[in-house]
Design a protein around this ligand. Structure first.
Ligand SMILES: Nc1ncnc2c1ncn2[C@@H]1O[C@H](COP(=O)(O)OP(=O)(O)OP(=O)(O)O)[C@@H](O)[C@H]1O
Length: 228
């Protein structure tokens, strides 16, 4: 599903963000990527969505070497990968329903299929009763659930979440984790970069720990740090 082999990434500034990264993530796994600020977590995510290319080594998604993709093929890759960010990135002036429907409209889903699928997703993210609300009328946790809904509406094989609970209070963060677990349960691979040690230590999953651009741990039911 996701394969990184001998990946090095040096940015143009000369910063070596990743040194020698080897990762295999299988279908339907749920993986936390943890590590201190600047360790290289976001760079790993950017490599998976082909926002950046490795300086050395290869990144394969479902057997496709991302280095071989032409620019115009990148949107097709991105359809297989939903992405959720810490700051939600919703369109402020349109409703919850429209925010989610938008992801289907851009890939030219037939009109009659959009409404039923959006309703299904609103049910999954528990926002059926807020379909007509604008993002500013929602709590942070609800806004994050809209962002997750938008990321999964076209049934991507992979969901990438970069610090999805970063702006949320602990209780709301747990409800977001419930939603991500449901999505994983229905067959989507989830990769989540996080600083939330409480969640990582209590909701046990595979943990890939990065430090200074190297993998320092990869454990199937790991903790946030050795001391935890
Ligand atoms: N576009 C860029 N140009 C130059 N250097 C960059 C760029 N993006 C990241 N870096 C550098 O690469 C290193 C790894 O950054 P990255 O964003 O991957 O870390 P991170 O683990 O996600 O950090 P955080 O937890 O703070 O988000 C850092 O030293 C950072 O300054």
């Amino acid at each position: 599903m996701i394969d990184m082999k001998k990946v090095k990434k040096t940015y143009r500034s000369g910063v070596q963000a990743l040194n020698d990264i080897n990762i295999h993530i299988g279908k339907e796994e749920f993986v936390y990527v943890v590590g201190p600020s600047g360790a290289g977590k976001s760079t790993i995510i950017k490599l998976i969505i082909r926002e950046v290319k490795p300086t050395e080594g290869s990144v394969h998604i479902n057997g496709t070497n991302l280095d071989d993709l032409r620019k115009k093929q990148i949107p097709y890759l991105r359809r297989k990968i939903g992405v959720v960010f810490q700051d939600f990135k919703l369109f402020p002036n349109i409703s919850v329903f429209e925010n989610i429907a938008f992801a289907l409209e851009v890939i030219e889903t037939p009109r009659d299929r959009i409404k039923p699928r959006v309703m299904e997703v609103l049910d999954l993210v528990k926002l059926k009763d807020k379909a007509r609300y604008k993002p500013r009328e929602l709590s942070g946790g609800e806004q994050q659930r809209v962002a997750i809904g938008r990321a999964v509406v076209n049934k991507p094989a992979i969901l990438i979440a970069d610090e999805p609970t970063g702006n949320l209070d602990p209780e709301t963060a747990w409800s977001i984790m419930g939603t991500l677990e449901d999505i994983n349960y229905w067959g989507t691979t989830v990769v989540m970069a996080t600083h939330n040690s409480h969640i990582v230590n209590h909701l046990k999953k595979r943990v890939i720990a990065i430090d200074s651009g190297n993998i320092v741990r990869d454990e199937s039911r790991g903790a946030y740090s050795y001391e935890a």
